[in-house]
Every structure is written in structure tokens, then in C-alpha cells.
Write a protein that binds this ligand. Structure first.
Ligand code: PBG
Length: 340
């Protein structure tokens, strides 16, 4: 071994090989690593997704998402207060709708007093300084768990768009600051923009789940909002094929032309290439959703001692910043904010 080393170093020294450039120099101490650090994670980057449920003064743990709870509205208000104290700029709400209120078309999404709208009103009332982002898809409200109206085995696009646009107006009326359509129907961003403007909600923004992929990483979320057992088939006729990247660019371009203020990539870590492409191509506010399955993986491996869960959390969130994201929807938001 030592003679191999000798013969190697006899040929050329490291300085001859590198031309004297030593990239490790800047890594030698924490102060110099800090000095050259290119991206930073701050609490301003965090958006906290919150699960809602009916009832009073209760919260329920989620088996596949250790540390994450479903909250009744009064409890969600307390979480929003906590988020504001931690400096988290915005929360995103997702309702677990009573099965008795679900139907084929998701009509309860239009009810001004549905769970999501009641929560928005209560949160904006108690914590007006926090941004509230509402998901405007139909899946929490449909008996079949799809994000659109199901007719003869097909998710019908145009009728779904009309319904979603109306639901978005209801959410804005309840006080939502940002409407986030996650259904991937064609034309929904433009239709939502029109409907918001017609009803005087010019200042309500749209964060489009522009590039939402047909992913296996949404599993724990579907359990959390109670659609897991309901979903018939899959969502491949409306979400993007995980194999595609150019198509994601076309989706994002279309949504921006229709009036989206911000883009979102979903899931997160497996799709960082998409985040980087979107940021480089469009230079608009770009967010990533580190989804339930990603959270579950880090938590599970951490709980088993297979990885350092906290370090993996920090590294994963920083990776989004490096990929060009302006912020991250993440279930780690309160945990990360506490560390920061
Ligand atoms: C659906 C929706 C999904 C998520 C948020 N809104 C995915 C789905 O069920 O298809 C997933 C979020 C997560 O997994 O954390 N409108």
C-alpha cells in the first residue's frame, strides 16, 4: 500500500494536480464555513400546514406523522398563535370533513360555514397578522376522494373548475389571504382569478400548486384528512407524471399567464430539479411542499436511530433554499422555527 502511495505521489504532487487550488481551505473552521455559506434558512421561509377537524378543544395525533396533530378550530387558533409567536409568516389549512357531509360533487366546499371557512374566520380574528393559505381542492369534500367531479369514471374538468372558483370566493370571503388550488384542472387559475376579482377580492393572491405530481408520497396526508380509504383509482389523469419535467414548465407557464402570483412544486425533495428549473425560467416566487410522506420518512428513520432526524430535517429544508425556493410548506415548521 505505501509503495503504491509513493509511486502515485512521485508522479505529481497534489498541488501540481490542482494547480494549487485547495477548495477545503474555506471549510476549515466554522467561522469560515459561515462566511462562504451561500444559502440560509430562516423562519421567514416556513409555511406550516395544519390539519383541521370538527369538535371542540381537541387534537388527535396522526399515526404516520409523529408530532403532527389534527386540530379542532379552537385548537387551530392556538396553533396559529403559536406560529405567529415563533415568527412563522403563514399557515396552510387542510380540513378533515365529516363523512356525512361528503358527496359526489363535493358541494359542501361551497358552504360558507364549512370547517375550512370557520377556521379561517377564527384564525384571522384571533391572529390577523398571520397569513392564511387555503387549499381549494375538492378532495376533502368528495365521497370518492378525487379532486374533481367524477362522472362516468372521468374527472370532468370544466364543471370542476366552475365549482372550485366559487369555493375560492367563499374562502376569500372567510378571510383567506392566499388561495392555493391543488387540483390540477386546466384553466382553474384564470377562473379563480376572474371569480375573485368579480367579487372584489383583488388583493387575494393565488399560489398555484402548478407542478403537482402523481406521487406516492401523499399517503399520510390522505389518512390525515380522511380520504385514504375512499379514493377510487389514482389521480394520474390530472396530476403530472413523475417522469416529466418539460411538462412541469408548461404547467407553470400556463398558470402564470392565467394570473398565478406564486408557484409551488409538490412533492418537495424528489422534485428539487423542478424547483430549480422553475426559478431559473420564470424568476417568480417559488415554493415547495415537503409533503406528508417525506416528513414520515425522516421521522421514521430518525425514530429508529437510522439517521439523525434533526440534522436530516435541517439539511432537507436547506436543500430547498439551495434549489431556489423562496419558502417551504413543511410539517417541520414549528420544530424548525424553535431551533432557529
Ligand atoms: C389534494 C392535496 C394533496 C396534498 C395536499 N392537498 C394530495 C392528494 O391527496 O392528492 C398532499 C399534502 C401532503 O401529502 O402532505 N388536494
Amino acid at each position: 500500500f505505501s509503495s503504491t502511495i509513493k509511486s502515485l505521489s512521485a508522479r505529481r504532487t497534489v498541488d501540481e494536480i490542482t494547480g494549487g487550488r485547495r477548495l477545503r481551505r474555506s471549510r476549515k473552521a466554522e467561522w469560515s464555513r459561515r462566511l462562504v455559506r451561500e444559502t440560509h434558512l430562516t423562519v421567514d421561509d416556513l409555511i406550516w400546514p395544519l390539519f383541521l377537524m370538527e369538535g371542540e378543544n381537541r387534537q388527535e395525533p396522526l399515526e404516520a406523522m409523529p408530532g403532527v396533530m389534527r386540530h379542532t378550530v379552537d385548537h387551530a387558533v392556538k396553533q396559529a398563535e403559536r406560529a405567529a409567536k415563533l415568527g412563522i409568516p403563514a399557515i396552510a389549512t387542510f380540513p378533515n370533513i365529516d363523512p356525512a357531509r361528503k358527496d359526489e360533487t363535493g358541494s359542501h366546499s361551497l358552504d360558507p360555514d364549512n370547517l375550512i371557512n370557520r377556521a379561517t374566520r377564527a384564525i384571522k380574528d384571533a391572529v390577523p397578522e398571520i397569513g392564511v393559505i387555503t387549499d381549494v381542492a375538492l378532495d376533502p369534500f368528495t365521497s370518492h376522494g378525487h379532486d374533481g367531479i367524477l362522472r362516468d369514471g372521468e374527472i370532468v374538468n370544466d364543471d370542476t373548475v366552475a365549482l372550485i372558483a366559487m369555493a375560492a370566493v367563499g374562502q376569500a370571503a372567510a378571510g383567506a389571504d392566499i388561495i392555493a388550488p391543488s387540483d390540477m384542472m386546466d384553466g382553474r387559475v384564470g377562473a379563480i382569478r376572474d371569480a375573485l376579482d368579480q367579487n372584489g377580492f383583488h388583493n387575494v393572491a393565488i399560489m398555484s400548486y402548478a407542478t403537482k405530481f402523481a406521487s406516492a408520497f401523499y399517503g399520510p396526508y390522505r389518512e390525515a384528512i380522511g380520504t385514504g380509504g375512499l379514493l377510487k383509482g389514482d389521480k394520474k389523469t390530472y396530476y403530472i407524471d413523475p417522469a416529466n419535467s418539460d411538462e412541469a414548465i408548461r404547467e407553470a407557464e400556463q398558470d402564470l399567464l392565467e394570473g398565478a402570483d406564486m408557484l409551488m412544486v409538490k412533492p418537495g425533495l424528489p422534485y428539487l430539479d423542478i424547483a430549480r428549473r422553475l426559478k431559473d425560467t420564470f424568476a417568480v416566487p417559488t415554493f415547495a411542499y415537503q409533503v406528508s410522506g417525506e416528513y414520515a420518512m425522516i421521522k421514521a428513520a430518525g425514530a429508529n436511530g437510522w439517521i439523525d432526524g434533526e440534522k436530516a430535517m435541517i439539511e432537507s429544508l436547506l436543500a430547498f433554499k439551495r434549489a431556489g425556493c423562496d419558502g417551504i410548506l413543511t410539517y417541520f415548521a414549528p420544530e424548525m422555527a424553535e431551533l432557529l
